[in-house]
Design a protein around this ligand. Structure first.
Ligand code: MG
Length: 396
């Protein structure tokens, strides 16, 4: 069996996604994978086209060997763009293997260790009362884990947004740490007072704080018993992690911008974190993410796979496949995608009562409608830039 074609599809059914279709010489047999990297979609697509030269003619069943061929062939290895492209190919090869076996990918990985993958989703509002209302309506949908924030993306410290300098360039977000660090504990005091202690509440700092600010916040949030505090620091602040860890018993989650086992290993062995936010789509696919979760297991680190809107439905299916089988499952982030995304990539995992259920179809259970994808062409888009109120780039 041979790979005959690697099709790279960049499409925008509501937001940009990068998909790959790996086609074989076996009639009708192909696999679908995803390597969307928000704000850098076209670079991943080019990386995939480059990889295709190595893939044509190879046996698609040799997943492990192909992974190492792609990872090691270039001498320059790793990084978010490359690992996202590698992830897309890896997912497509697992999809093909599942189709050959007539089994869902989670069966090939060891079989279901749970019935479904429990999720959290996002509550918000202009103030604590609106956020409380938002939590209550999400609980009515069956969720028992909810991320809470007041204000726009980035929380209460975001005091404004400046328009792009020119069309198609990034918007600027204006952030001040002091109102944020004061406001976040007040929000959780209100929520615990009104909602009690049983519902699991989460909070995301979006890496906006200095180490000492993060220490203060983690301590002040301690009485409100968070499920976890997400990205209190940039991952690069490695020397600060022990300070933060020693300062409070608030559980810590990090890793949505990590792409390599070498980045997360010190976090595990030093027991600096409780949850890892990496996911197949940005960390080299199902093959590598399965290994990373095995590395995490003896250090009591559980999964909390990133599931923002730039993790498309194929990437989501890969995350669910891995988290169906690992013993150290924690939680999966969930956001509803724009409706056309469900038509471009049909077969998505079913969301029911705050949990994702994998399809029992062979492979990842997903397809890719190329004709429909072509009707939603790529739209130029970047992640926002963060500045302080006086215009200084926010270095944290
Ligand atoms: Mg986050």
């Amino acid at each position: 069996m041979k790979i005959t074609e690697v099709r790279v599809i960049v499409t925008c059914p509501g937001r940009n996604f990068v998909f790959v279709k790996v086609i074989t010489d076996s009639p009708g047999l192909y696999g679908v994978g995803e390597g969307t990297l928000a704000g850098s979609e076209t670079i991943v697509a080019e990386s995939l086209r480059h990889m295709s030269y190595l893939l044509i003619g190879r046996d698609p069943r040799r997943i492990e060997d192909t992974w190492h061929l792609l990872y090691r062939q270039g001498y320059w290895r790793g990084g978010p763009v490359f690992m996202a492209a590698l992830a897309a190919v890896d997912m497509a090869l697992w999809d093909i293997k599942g189709k050959i076996a007539g089994l869902p990918v989670y069966e090939l990985l060891g079989g279901a260790a749970r019935e479904c993958v429990t999720c959290y989703t996002h509550a918000g509002g202009r103030d604590a009362v609106e956020c409380e209302d938002s939590v209550r309506s999400i609980m009515e949908r069956g969720f028992r884990h909810i991320r809470c924030q007041v204000g726009p993306y980035g929380g209460e410290g975001v005091i404004g947004e400046l328009p792009p300098v020119s069309p198609g360039t990034p918007p600027t977000q204006v952030f001040e740490p002091t109102p944020y660090v004061i406001g976040a504990p007040r929000l959780f005091a209100h929520l615990r007072d009104k909602l009690g202690m049983e519902v699991e509440l989460l909070h995301d700092v979006h890496e906006q704080l200095s180490p000492i600010e993060a220490v203060r916040l983690a301590r002040e949030l301690e009485p409100y018993r968070l499920f976890y505090l997400e990205d209190p620091l940039q991952p690069d602040q490695r020397e600060a992690w022990p300070l933060l860890r020693a300062a409070s018993a608030t559980p810590l989650a990090i890793g949505e911008i990590l792409t390599s086992r070498w980045e997360c290993l010190p976090l595990f062995v030093n027991r600096w974190i409780d949850f890892i936010r990496m996911k197949p789509q940005h960390a080299g696919g199902i093959t590598e993410m399965r290994k990373i979760m095995v590395m995490a297991e003896p250090y009591n680190v559980r999964s909390a796979f990133h599931g923002a809107a730039d993790i498309g439905l194929v990437g989501q299916a890969a995350s669910v496949a891995v988290q169906m089988v690992i013993p150290n499952f924690g939680i999966q982030e969930y956001t509803r995608h724009p409706e056309p995304a469900y038509e471009v990539t049909p077969g998505a995992c079913e969301m029911r009562n705050g949990a994702l259920y994998p399809s029992d179809r062979p492979g990842l259970g997903m397809d890719l409608d190329e004709d429909l994808a072509a009707r939603y062409p790529y739209q130029r888009s970047f992640m926002p830039l963060v500045r302080r109120a006086d215009g200084t780039a926010h270095v944290y």
